[in-house]
Ligand binder design. Structure first.
Ligand code: SF4
Length: 107
């Protein structure tokens, strides 16, 4: 994102980021991400967490997370079950990340 916007870390913090401990979040405007303008205005440089959506590990933690994300994401088929999605997501994450790191992340 910094490279995409041509800004250094301090400029990102001053303009766009809200940092709490190890967590970096986008500042919000009118209740949504400051970069949202009829879609993501920094799409090619969006954060990895945004690029991961809706395949987020939080879905593995609870069915409730899955239902919330499913309701907000038109890309998830309405008839897919939680068990089916969890299996597909685990396979996807295992392919993307080192298997040991992945398994540790589920502990
Ligand atoms: S994809 Fe990420 S950076 Fe882009 S508008 Fe949405 S929350 Fe913001």
């Amino acid at each position: 994102m910094q490279e995409h916007l041509g800004l250094n870390r301090d400029e990102m913090v001053a303009r766009y980021w809200r940092i709490s401990g190890q967590i970096v979040q986008m500042k919000t405007v009118d209740g949504h991400c400051t970069f949202f303008r009829n879609g993501c205005s920094v799409h090619p440089g969006r954060p990895w967490r945004c690029a991961q959506w809706p395949l987020v590990p939080a879905i593995l933690e609870s069915k409730e997370n899955f239902e919330i994300i499913k309701d907000s994401c038109p890309g998830i088929p309405t008839d897919v079950t939680y068990a089916e999605f969890v299996e597909a997501l685990k396979n996807y994450l295992a392919e993307k990340f080192d298997e040991e790191d992945f398994l540790r992340s589920l502990e």
